[in-house]
Design a protein around this ligand. Sequence first.
Ligand SMILES: [Zn+2]
Length: 164
Amino acid sequence: MPRPARTSKIQAPRLLIRSSSIHAAGCYTLDPIPRGRRVLEYDGARISKELADERYADRPVTYLFGVGDSSDVIDGFGTAMFLNHSCDPNCETEEHNGRVYIHAIRNIAANEELVYEYNLYDSDDDNADCYCGAPQCRRTMFSDDELKRRARSAARKKSRAAKK
Ligand SMILES: [Zn+2]
């Protein structure tokens, strides 16, 4: 006998914040999440990049997320700011009409930590070392473009120093 159709309403996976082996606290799912499912929104106030730079000049930890052409950032507030970076991510961010969502890029089992690649850029930090522990760990949370930019500016500094 066919079982009654399950409710068609898609339930959001239940998420839990707890301590993580990657860094401080992490975000875990209590339910399996199928690939492609939108998991949560990177929510927070929209502020200009200038204001963010001003507001967080002396803070070592920020939860800023560039949107659009990156003149604006999302000042992260909520569950999404607990997602850690990993070089072996199971999630990815996607921007849709100025809002940022995190969705699953593979099937995720219950109790897995949700992680995505930060691809940091435009950072004043000297380094953003990665300790995610993935076999293919890139050892940094910077994006490839940011690494190239840094290599170029380091080379420029060197050549200036050599000319002295
Ligand atoms: Zn890593």
